[in-house]
Ligand binder design. Sequence first.
Ligand SMILES: [Fe+2]
Length: 375
Amino acid sequence: MPKYYMPTMLLSGRGCVKRHPRHFRLGKKCMIVTGRQSAILSGALDDITAVLDENGIEYDVYDKVTGETGISEIYELGKTMRESGVEFVIGIGGGTPLDVAKAAAVYAANDIEPMEIYEESFDDPLKVICVPTTAGTGSDTTQYVMMMLDDVHNRRSFKSDKCFPYATYLDSRYTMMLPIEVTRNTAVDALCHAVESYLNTQASAFSDTAALEAVRLIGSCADALASGNITEEDREKLLVAASSGGMAVAHTGLNMVHAMGHQLTCEKGIPHGRANGALLVEFIAWAARYDVMRTVDVMTAFGTDLPGLKKFIDAVAPVTEEITEDDIDMWLEYSITDTVSENCYGTLTREDEGQIYRNALMNKDRDYKKWRYNG
Ligand SMILES: [Fe+2]
């Protein structure tokens, strides 16, 4: 029987931080973990510190998180939190600040060596409250934590049911200042999470519900994402979709899109969401070989067909970087088959991987009409 465990309290809607202050009452002192700007620009930091002040909760702000924040820095942050009597953590930002908050919460409650965290046998971390300012990561509803090790190319994740956030506040106003490119990339990332979860051997009725709703919500914002005219209502849908995608992935794990897209980010510097988006249509076409009806479910939820989805991705997150045969040959050296083999339909061979890369990245006029099953 499939299991479904998602202990995170989800609070959403305009002004949810101030409307639901009681979930912040987790101790006398907390650490706010965030990047250099988004917490301030979004207004989230002001709202949260106002609630903390009103409740007599002391706080420190650690606002040095960047894309290059690594395990040593996170370990030191956790140690500082332990020594200064911090009782809970609030993460504000995109995926990296939220993951840093979740990892530091483990180190704060466990006197372990940095790499011991990957043994996943630690005691309960400090409670973590997540306040996302992007709509893509899903870290606010998962038990996964990604950390950079010695350099930006070397990231490794761990997971533990103890690492689900205690509460997540979803207020779309905090995403209003996001540049359009980031909005699009993160939306495409969230779409990939949901689709990779749905077209996945580990999927269950419970994960499907969250995955298809995420696809539906993002599909309902497709025109807004393409035009750039994104309302607060659209942003609320995208934020809920991202968290729903996280809930789905929490139970299935990701699939080959993320595993293969990782190479595009590492080797070509293509942002995470755009890198994954480049492979999404080809992934669906590949999955259709094994379970065409579930690919139809995805297309129906999004409100288009495969050529329509390709048009959407090309409009909002096109890969314009030059990709060569040599690039692909090199990426195939790091075969991803093993890492996602349990989640893939059928057997994903090295030849399949090469074909997916080539079709997606070197054959940009590829015609998907034969998968046109939706009108
Ligand atoms: Fe992602």
